[in-house]
Design a protein around this ligand. Sequence first.
Ligand SMILES: [Zn+2]
Length: 312
Amino acid sequence: MNRYQTVRPEQKYTAKMFDREFPTEDACLEYVKEKRFPGGMALCVNCGVERKHYRVSGRTSYACHACGNHIYPLAGTIFHKSTTPLRTWFFVIRLMASTRVGISAKQIQRETGVTYKTAWRMMKQVRKLMADERKLTGPVEIDESQFGAPDANKHRGLLRQHSKTTVLGIVERGGRVVTRVLPDATKESILPIVGEVLPPKTMIYSDESATLALVRWMGMSHKHSTVNHSESYVNGYAHTNTIDGFWSLVKRGIKGVYYQVGAEYLQSYLNEYAFRYNRRKVMRPMFALLAERTTAQVCPSAREQRLAAKPE
Ligand SMILES: [Zn+2]
């Protein structure tokens, strides 16, 4: 049993908890509204000031108590303009959050009753919530891995490209991981990513592959001032067990759950695995983290921004 596959009690978000917190469609809407507009307080573009807003029955909007102007908490979220019930959305987020090895669109379809196509689209949206931005800190392990499904699609009679896709993985020891699908394994493809993900002078461990040459090259080069990995060690003690462990986790998952992943979707699958992996020690349910992210990245409308910037 891989230790990353065990879910601690504090990280569990059970069906019972879900039913209690999100019992109805209204409860789901209320959750989003409270995250975006706590207490229903929001800038009313009509009044030009913060006003209390009340739920408009039969609609997904809330109305200003003074002038009746509507606000739409779902606007700009992954739920916006979706015909799928909000509760189904949250249910899918829970399913995706409660597995360590991934879940297939087929399973989502079975558990929710939505079509396969809808399940697939919803999963794609939820994966968007899983993108990570922060830089890693050293020491890190860097490795490339090949992804591909040579025997897939035989039964469909489709002739897909069987070429393997190269993925770069950078992982903090005992910490987080970042992956990137590469167009090729050249320095030109790898260096900008390393520069973007790691602060200068990060201690890098790598194995004897092409990455080794790259790391050495970086250590000696002054051309790329953003990355000056002056301290880089590659030897028998400098293992890459951490990144190897991550690769095997992802590959087991893809094999068992997704069967095959087209190169164009590989990055979003990798993001999903990285998101779970990076939060394996966070003592809160992954569902809660993801649910919060549904409203975290919403931008106010242009009109709201203008009003907010306007002096009183
Ligand atoms: Zn108003």
